[in-house]
Design a protein around this ligand. Structure first.
Ligand SMILES: [Zn+2]
Ligand SMILES: [Zn+2]
Length: 239
């Protein structure tokens, strides 16, 4: 008998087998809810309106084009877009998505990705690629959240997914590191698999954007291999 994996099932079939939950409160979604439930909509800040043209961070003052961070540092990726601000229930949502086995949130995130950035995604990506996790971590955790999300966005958008990058060098956790330390930590950490990325516009998928060092380093290797442009999408920004 042929095995059908969860990822290969259609969204509707998946909804029946694995009832979808609201990433914010973890409660079951009503049949007409697709991502954050109606109750939580009030608590979650979706990124739209006045945002940094480079990293997507929400801007406080009118007339600003980029955030203070992006106006000081040059990024190697072209544009990045977050779904939500990293605060309150979004922190917990990302935590459960990464560490508590709530892979099923990927459908909700992909739904919001298309709702918030669907046109931008279709205009700026020919290939959807997850930011990879190292092999040891993957064995411990059993799944790679960025990979699960990349597949879900690919399924929603119809843009091909490919696991193009590998993390080939061990890196230390980034949380407590400065920008410079992050860049050093990531140097030569990623490698492109044997696939022709020449002239391709690539959309990288990650969970959290902090300084952009990870996206930059992935973008650097992809551009060095001939990609024409590298953009990024992530669940949340800030924190
Ligand atoms: Zn909720
Ligand atoms: Zn920015």
């Amino acid at each position: 008998m042929k095995m059908i994996t969860k990822e290969k099932l259609s969204r509707e079939a998946r909804r029946l087998l694995f009832p979808p939950r609201c990433p914010s409160c973890d409660g079951l979604l009503a049949p007409d809810e697709n991502s954050i439930c109606r109750e939580c909509e009030k608590l979650v800040v979706k990124v739209r309106g006045n945002f940094c043209k480079t990293c997507g961070k929400l801007l406080k003052n009118r007339g600003e084009i980029t955030c203070s961070d992006c106006s000081r540092y040059h990024h190697i990726f072209t544009e990045g877009r977050p779904l939500y601000e990293y605060e309150g229930p979004v922190r917990e949502a990302v935590y459960r998505f990464k560490y508590k086995g709530r892979k099923s949130y990927a459908d909700a995130f992909a739904y919001d990705a298309m709702e918030l950035w669907g046109e931008w995604i279709k205009a700026s990506a020919e290939l959807i690629v997850p930011v990879p996790m190292n092999a040891k971590k993957l064995r411990q955790r059993g799944y790679d959240q960025a990979d699960v999300l990349a597949r879900a966005i690919s399924a929603e958008s119809g843009i091909p997914y490919m696991h193009l990058l590998d993390r080939v060098r061990k890196t230390v956790p980034m949380k407590a590191l400065s920008r410079g330390e992050r860049q050093n930590n990531l140097k030569n950490a990623f490698q492109v698999r044997d696939f022709d990325v020449k002239l391709k516009r690539i959309l990288l998928v990650d969970d959290i954007y902090t300084t952009g060092s990870t996206l930059d380093e992935c973008a650097r290797v992809l551009l060095a291999n001939g990609a024409s442009e590298v953009n990024g999408i992530y669940i949340s920004i800030g924190g």
